[in-house]
Ligand binder design. Structure first.
Ligand code: 1HE
Length: 260
């Protein structure tokens, strides 16, 4: 399928698809076009894609919701608008492959909601995290209340929303907003390297990690353990798993180590 995008730049590097929010003049603020394009890109990922990297063009990752689109919205339109973001972001989190976000500059409001939807986050020192919804008189609507507390807890998110507290990159790393904190300008290279590493895993393992793990973590323990057994039996039954285990036993695979 030949898809063209107005506000997204899509590039491929072997098994890795790189999606770049491409609206730098508006700090990559997410308007209706961009949210639909994000959804479309994930629905129509090339079947050869094994991992996705998402980044932002310009000085900032993303300034959140395009505020120029909310002023004239009715209550019911607001509800549909929010549900539209949920549909798009669910497609990111529950799409076929792991997603790694590269963060720099502003990661605020809906931009933080998008970042929280990725499976891993790599931040540069310029990154700052904010949830200015409280100050704007609105509330998170792009899944932030569901996803952000799972990264940093309800208490920290409450502080960010009530007081407008902004976390810098180091505070975000300590709080769990980013998985990796790298040097300025090094985020994309790090994310691409991680994506290639992730892409070399057995696809079914990656699928279990991104799809089964977060669901099991939400289940009551007895149900979670049962689903874990199902998932592990399915994964180990796959030929890719059998080959990888044989490779280790026959000394062809790498050992576990810090440099691995
Ligand atoms: C925007 C937006 C936006 C920039 N909607 N137009 N998000 C916010 O409350 C964040 C609002 N933005 C900012 O605080 C700042 O723009 C930044 C810290 C992100 C960047 O500052 P700076 O100095 O680099 O850029 P700027 O000069 O403020 O903005 C450049 C242009 O982008 C300017 O437009 P211009 O036509 O005057 O050039 C800004 O108006 C425009 N712009 N951010 C619309 N967000 C699903 S619910 C999610 C709820 C939320 O996300 S609420 C949080 C919204």
């Amino acid at each position: 399928m030949n898809l063209t995008y107005e506000l997204l730049r899509v590039e491929t590097d072997g098994p890795v698809t790189h999606l770049r929010l491409n609206r730098p003049a508006k700090r990559n603020a997410i308007n209706n076009t961009l949210v639909r394009e994000i959804q479309t890109a994930f629905v129509h990922l090339d079947p050869a894609t094994r991992a996705v990297v998402i980044s932002g063009e310009g000085e900032h990752f993303c300034a959140g919701l395009d505020l120029s689109e909310v002023t004239e919205q009715s209550v019911v339109e607001g509800m549909h608008h929010s549900r539209g973001w949920h549909a798009a972001f669910d497609q990111v989190q529950y799409g076929p492959v792991p997603v790694i976000a590269v963060l720099h500059g502003a990661v605020v409001g809906g931009g933080l909601e998008l970042a929280a939807t990725a499976h891993l986050r790599v931040a540069e020192p310029s990154t700052f995290y904010g949830l200015p919804e409280g100050q704007r008189g609105i509330f998170v609507g792009g899944s932030g209340s569901m996803r952000i507390p799972r990264l940093i807890g309800v208490s920290r998110m409450t502080d960010m929303m009530l007081t407008g507290r902004v976390f810098d990159a180091a505070e975000g790393q300590a709080a769990g907003l980013s998985n990796y904190l790298v040097g300025e300008g090094e985020g994309l290279a790090k994310a691409m390297a991680l994506a290639h590493k992730v892409a070399s895993n057995a696809p079914l393992s990656n699928y279990a990690i991104t799809q089964a793990l977060p669901r099991i973590a939400e289940m009551a323990p007895a149900e979670g353990l049962f689903v874990e057994s199902l998932m592990s039996a399915i994964a180990q039954g796959d030929e890719a798993a059998k080959q990888r285990v044989r490779d280790f036993l026959e000394k062809r695979a790498s050992k576990v180590g810090k440099g691995a």
